[in-house]
Design a protein around this ligand. Structure first.
Ligand code: UTP
Length: 416
């Protein structure tokens, strides 16, 4: 232990991060050991690099940006549509399809105490988001008479509460062997001077590394390997907070197979040019997403000959990947983006600080940065009212109130 402590001290001195041991003496033995291990796992050169990157904004203006073509679900001729669906259904029935729900986020905007998936949405009665998602998967299992394994990505912070929730709900009667969890990676948070924060328990302050962390986490946690063994070929990946996500979609799958793509994504038309959503595009000839913070007003308002927005296909975090694409993407790290957030910490005088303004950088990678690793992908435009009801904010846009309304409306129309 002494040796380990000395080694850690030396590393911290080298990188000027000695504040990380400020609470060390107050910790119990087991926590002391944990803290040292936590520190030894940090890639300090990477943290230094990420800190330098916070100082200059990445510019995408050097890229060639063009619209990405899409297929409008409403406009596919019936015969063609049936052909795609048949292909997709065959694959699902053969047990080659799985669903992954990304539930490792902190859900700070919603402010729910506990994993976001346990948030109860009023849909006639109150139902947790996980229950609503489970219902969608179960309906598909019944419809296609197939086992559809469900994988859930959690974070170190919410893994215990998430897995306990599923245990209590008996894995929604899908069989424990068909519901698997895996924990995503984390990165330390740093202040504006590049110093890594100490959390309120005296440990390194870390945060989940973004939904783009899914590929590395699936590989590291043996999920892709397990999928391979089960014969899974196509994997639908979506967030935990879209209660209308159509996670088992033979049409999307059939299109991807038919067109020989290794990935496919769903889009909904932007409500208006200023809506705060990322949109699909091509960057340097590769599929990509431009975020609303990056797009110029001129680009956002550009229309084609039919008066449709050229950059109007919103990315709704509902994407389908072939397992080969996931394995390929997982070989390299995706870029990290920094976000300036409020983070509680212990300062150099040993005082717990609860900031009222953002004070620290969090680093996240985004799932859509992986699209650029693919040569092309299919985009299917679907109807917003049928597939997109996100729960993001506590109130206002994309809140429980709007999602609940959309969900109830959808069920009413479906049962007509
Ligand atoms: P958001 O970007 O909306 O983040 O994630 P969030 O954590 O839910 O909410 P805020 O921004 O803190 O308010 C979109 C989806 O990606 C998942 C989230 O759980 C959500 O389903 N996600 C996000 C992860 O799984 N891991 C992450 O590190 C970040």
């Amino acid at each position: 232990m002494d040796e380990k402590y000395e080694k850690v001290k030396e590393i911290l001195k080298k990188y000027n991060q000695e504040q990380l041991l400020i609470w060390y003496d107050k910790l119990i033995e087991q926590k002391k050991e944990e803290l040292l291990d936590q520190i030894l796992k940090i890639d300090f050169d990477q943290i230094e690099e990420l800190y330098q990157e916070t100082k200059g904004k990445k510019d995408f203006k050097d890229c060639k940006v063009e619209p990405l073509s899409y297929i409008d679900k409403q406009k596919i001729p019936t015969e063609e549509r049936e052909r795609y669906e048949k292909e997709g259904i065959k694959l699902i029935k053969e047990g080659k399809y799985a669903v992954v729900t990304m539930a490792g986020g902190q859900g700070t905007r919603l402010g729910h105490n506990g994993p976001k998936g346990t948030f109860e949405l009023e849909v006639g009665e109150k139902k947790p988001l996980f229950t609503l998602l489970a219902q969608t998967i179960k309906e598909a299992r019944d419809k296609y008479d197939a086992v559809i394994p469900w994988y859930i990505m959690t974070s170190r912070e919410n893994n215990y509460k998430t897995t306990e929730f599923f245990k209590r709900h008996n894995y929604f009667d899908m069989g424990e062997e068909n519901v698997k969890f895996f924990i995503q990676n984390e990165l330390p948070m740093i202040d504006t001077q590049g110093k890594i924060l100490v959390d309120e328990k005296g440990m390194v302050k870390e945060a989940a590394d973004g939904h783009g962390g899914i590929f590395e986490a699936m590989r590291k946690e043996g999920i892709t390997e397990e999928m391979e063994k089960r014969g899974i070929e196509w994997i639908f990946i979506a967030g935990v907070d879209n209660v209308l996500a159509k996670m088992v979609d033979p049409l999307l799958t059939g299109i991807a197979i038919d067109k020989n793509f290794l990935a496919a994504g769903k889009s909904v038309v932007k409500n208006n040019p200023k809506e705060k959503v990322g949109v699909f595009c091509k960057k340097n000839n590769k599929p990509s997403v431009i975020e609303y913070t990056e797009i110029t007003d001129e680009m956002a308002e550009k229309v084609d000959e039919n008066g449709e927005l050229l950059y109007g296909e919103s990315h709704i975090l509902c994407n389908l990947f072939n397992i080969k694409a996931i394995e390929e993407i997982a070989k390299n790290k995706l870029p990290y983006h920094s976000a300036f957030k409020k983070a509680k910490y212990i300062d150099k005088n040993g005082v717990i600080v609860v900031p009222t303004e953002p004070n620290a950088y969090k680093f996240e990678s985004f799932i859509f940065d992986a699209f650029e690793k693919l040569n092309d992908m299919a985009i299917l435009r679907v109807k917003r009212e049928e597939e997109f009801a996100p729960v993001k904010n506590a109130e206002g846009v994309d809140s429980p109130e709007t999602a609940s309304k959309l969900y109830k409306e959808y069920i009413k129309n479906r049962n007509k």
